[in-house]
Design a protein around this ligand. Sequence first.
Ligand code: G3I
Length: 333
Amino acid sequence: KASLKEHAANARLLFGFAVDTRQLRENRRYREVVEQQASIIVAENAMKWRALRPAVDRYDFEDADGLLTFAEKNRIKLRGHNLCWHESLPVWFDAVANRGNAHRLLVDHIRTVAGRYAGRMHSWDVVNEAINTRDGRGDGLRNSPWLRLVGTDYIEIAFRTAREADPAALLTYNEFGLEPETVEGAGKRAATLQMLRRLKQRNVPIDAVGIQSHLEAGSRSGYGPELTKFMAACREMGLEIFLSEMDVSDRNLPVNTDSRDAVVAESYRSYLEMTLQERRVTAVLTWGVDDGGTWLTAGEPRRDQSAQRPLLFDSSFQAKPAFAAVREAFVGR
Ligand code: G3I
């Protein structure tokens, strides 16, 4: 039977996973699934500041280099995640960074990291999760360390620096919470579009938007026409669209695993049937390979303490109903 990457290619899509570099090295079954199914991968953690910057004056590229070598050997495209985020900063960051040096720190990091892999990356998440409508600012920007230390133009600085360092990579703005048909989702979409339009007006080099797509199974709000409109607005700005971190939390579903798996599969199917109608969607990645490695079990724990089952493979690397649902959505495009 054809792999997901083949079905994706027929639908003019890339498909793949966020990967854990250690699993990729040490677990043969994990590696086989990635080699068989993925045409694009992204490091779940290995290219974040925390991983690359053990000390202010030292970079550790071992994991990141190994991942790019693996990807190139298997002709899998690699997304970079990420160059600028308010989380997963190095432990030394708070003690070292200040208003006097933060601009330099940001620019040097982007030049060094994006420059090292220039010409070899599919895309970079240049800025990650810069909107937080709860922070009470008129522009909807998150009150992040970068905003406080560099100023509101840190986003523009990051994109311009990334373009200089790697002119070939698709420069991406990546965000969560854009999906739900809720008041909060509407606020996130509006603030994100406002920011993107402003960047475009100022000729900031930005090529794509990552809609993370961390979904919730059986959520009452659902996903619908407002997201379709958001994607159309991104297309009209000339942006490409990636569904960059898809998974389906089952934290509010009853314990029975067969019925959980069925509802999760249905969420994948209906979400992809809707979003893949937008022709500017060019890549779909799930945030993890198998349920054994999902961030959600710790990040959004179930009340019954059982592990979450949000991905396409179970912890024994058996394809779940969600795998077939994704395949059918690709075939239907
Ligand atoms: O590095 C230590 C490791 O040495 C130790 O063995 C391990 C034991 O728990 O902890 C380790 O670090 C953790 C790391 O994941 C690797 O497992 C960090 O504490 C933990 O904070 C980190 O969480 C990651 C999180 O981002 C923060 O960077 C998750 O794996 C990762 O899935 C999550 O991914 C984010 C995206 O980057 C952005 N969008 C949302 C998404 C989900 O939260």
